[in-house]
Design a protein around this ligand. Structure first.
Ligand code: ZN
Length: 152
């Protein structure tokens, strides 16, 4: 019977070990949750910091652009060319995904949209050079507009 006794002892030891392991795991999990909360709180404050720095930078740049400050001419030129590139890429994207950019607010609408879903401006005169054929409103395009509206 010594083998069975031994086995019983081993199972008992394992039970104790498992219990201790679970208790330490529970403590560990609580610590991990607290750590995750702290990391998230730190990230929130970091976002506030970088957002505020960005705002200060933007306002400062606008002021420097008005003053035509030569010390900032290189950075201001970078901003100008980045804005121009964003506009050009946006036009390329519009052509690719067949969206209609609102002439009033710049919002991307489905190609079949008659009015801007953002500002309500009429989009009907923007493509007068077309063949007069109105493209069918596909389900995909409707989804796209809905997703867009949820974002704003
Ligand atoms: Zn618009």
């Amino acid at each position: 019977m010594s083998f069975l006794d031994d086995l019983g002892q081993k199972i008992g030891d394992f039970g104790e070990y498992a219990g201790a392991f679970c208790r330490s795991a529970a403590v560990k999990t609580e610590d991990q949750i607290s750590a995750a909360k702290l990391r998230s709180a730190i990230r929130t404050q970091e976002r506030i910091l970088s957002g505020t720095y960005e705002n200060i930078g933007r306002r400062y740049c606008e002021q420097k652009a008005e003053e035509n400050d030569p010390a900032f001419s290189e950075d201001l030129e970078k901003i100008r060319s980045a804005k121009e590139e964003i506009r050009r890429l946006g036009e390329e994207l519009s052509a690719l995904v067949r969206t209609k950019r609102c002439p009033n607010c710049g919002h991307e609408n489905a190609a079949s949209a008659k009015f801007c879903s953002s500002c309500g401006c009429s989009l009907q005169d923007t493509e007068k050079s077309g063949n007069g054929h109105t493209p069918e409103n596909t389900a995909e395009e409707s989804d796209f507009v809905q997703d867009d509206e949820q974002d704003t």
